[in-house]
Design a protein around this ligand. Structure first.
Ligand SMILES: [Zn+2]
Length: 330
């Protein structure tokens, strides 16, 4: 059997099976235990990709049992010392290509953007209130988003270019770019919600942790499971950012109204630059199919009390222990 056939049958195929099994088990756990908090879900959902990548590298078995089935499958895999250098080379090339594309997206996003003046000064006042709300609501923010890094105030620009949504450029000096015509369409409290969402994206990007779908996208070329997961992770990231924005501003109903108006605005602008800006986090997500109903529905659900939140965290920890015991043992 050639090395390539061995790799396909004994590295790639079991990697896909391992990822699919772990993904299904974790999704079932999240659903059964009622884990709604976006950040907790994101933290759990990166485990299948990690597991799948270990199997792909020939460093892990699909499941610890039945041992004879999965061990013999694993024993014929191309060994880690052969796969790892190629894997690192390919990942490095993908990351370099993504960095170049991100620079291009940054240029496109910032092109012709100017500091707010006149009517758009409302936006500056809204960002002042968001930053103050973030400091004031530290407790609510921490409950929603443990270990969140301290947020620096980003630069704020407005643009007349046909961006379909506010966005944040995270490379270099963090900068929020807001379409000028959307400023006029949103109330002050709604502007705060939109800015809070962009700030949440900024906090997800630093440092690169399990909370961001960015590194899932980076693995798309080296692990096919990452390609299958990327759009789902993006959706989870949007929901996690909604959670944080609401924790900062404290008005889920106003936030839901803002989302509705922003989706309407995006539809009117026909996603003109959306595809070309896919490396820049945006209010409405990137490339993913519209998820307005899903986002609004969870925002308007019953508010959780402190004991429900504590119980959810307990389930999260127990599910993590279960995932490690089953998928990362030995
Ligand atoms: Zn977003």
């Amino acid at each position: 059997m050639s090395v390539m056939t061995r790799f396909l049958l004994h590295n790639l195929l079991p990697a896909l099976v391992a990822g699919a099994v772990a993904w299904s088990a974790i999704q079932a756990g999240i659903h059964l235990l009622g884990i709604h908090r976006g950040k907790l879900r994101l933290c759990l959902l990166f485990a299948p990709l990690l597991k799948s990548t270990l199997v792909l590298l020939g460093a892990a078995v699909v499941l610890p049992w039945p041992q004879e089935v999965f061990q013999s499958w694993h024993q014929q895999a191309v060994p880690t010392r052969t796969v790892l250098p190629l894997f690192l080379l390919l990942t490095g090339a993908v990351l370099a290509a993504r960095a170049l594309l991100a620079i291009r997206s940054r240029r496109l996003a910032l092109d012709e953007a100017v500091a707010p003046a006149g009517a758009t000064l409302r936006l500056v006042a809204a960002l002042d209130r968001v930053m103050a709300g973030y400091r004031r609501n530290r407790e609510a923010v921490a409950a929603c988003w443990e270990g969140m890094p301290a947020l620096e105030r980003p630069r704020l620009l407005v643009t007349d270019r046909p961006h379909h949504s506010p966005l944040i450029v995270t490379q270099g000096e963090p900068t929020i770019v807001f379409p000028r015509s959307l400023v006029g369409a949103l109330e002050d409290a709604e502007l705060q919600g939109a800015l809070g969402h962009e700030l949440a994206h900024l906090s997800l990007r630093q440092p690169l942790g399990c909370y961001t779908s960015e590194w899932v996208r980076a693995l798309v070329a080296v692990n096919p499971l990452a390609g299958l997961m990327a759009s789902h992770m993006r959706r989870e990231e949007e929901k996690a950012c909604d959670d944080l924005a609401v924790a900062i501003t404290g008005h889920p109903d106003v936030y839901a109204g803002m989302l509705l108006k922003s989706y309407r605005f995006a539809a009117a602008h026909r996603w003109l630059l959306a595809g070309r800006l896919q490396f820049v986090p945006q209010l409405l997500g990137v490339g993913a199919r519209p998820m307005l109903a899903e986002r609004v529905e969870r925002l308007l659900g019953e508010p959780e009390d402190a004991s429900a939140a504590a119980l959810e965290r307990l389930w999260f920890v127990l599910l993590w222990i279960g995932v490690v015991a089953v998928f990362f043992r030995g």
